[in-house]
Write a protein that binds this ligand. Structure first.
Ligand code: DQA
Length: 145
């Protein structure tokens, strides 16, 4: 099983960015955690991070037929990007949404997620553990689209 993890804008700034919200672990530590978790679960994983919306769209398009699932934390594009939603629909790949923070208990403008209109599950406010849960959920394949 092959899973593509896509992290969006500003996630590369973890560890220095708004620590009171996102904690003090670096992006590198998050990636290491995802890779260790994937290994334990016997799943192949590729982790990418893009600040540009178009690069995220392209990565999703290319995942079609190549990956068994996507885990996506689209950062702020979550709340704005119909293009990313359309790409997910076009790629027809199982997708789980992750957010380190609980977007539903933060500012009003974070409370809508375009990604959740496609994702079969969302893991929010659980920090990096959300990625582990998403990975296990995709592995289980309990939900099909
Ligand atoms: C985030 C939440 C988004 O609202 C924010 O723009 C981010 C990070 C999260 O992981 O909690 O960049 O996706």
């Amino acid at each position: 099983m092959k899973i593509l993890v896509i992290n969006g804008p500003n996630l590369n700034m973890l560890g220095t960015r708004e620590k009171e919200i996102y904690g003090d672990e670096s992006y590198g530590e998050l990636v290491a955690f995802i890779k260790v978790t994937a290994k334990k679960e016997g799943v192949k994983v590729k982790v990418v991070q893009y600040n540009c919306e178009g690069k995220i769209v392209t990565a999703i398009q290319r995942a079609r037929g190549r990956y068994d699932g996507i885990i996506i934390n689209a950062g702020a594009y979550t709340h704005t990007s119909i293009a990313i939603l359309d790409a997910l629909r076009a790629a027809e790949v199982h997708a789980a949404e992750v957010h380190l923070s609980d977007i539903y208990s933060r500012e009003e403008y974070r409370r809508h997620s375009y990604i959740s209109e496609y994702a079969f599950a969302s893991f929010v406010g659980k920090g990096k553990e959300g990625y582990a849960e998403a990975l296990r959920a995709l592995k289980k394949g309990a939900v099909s689209r």
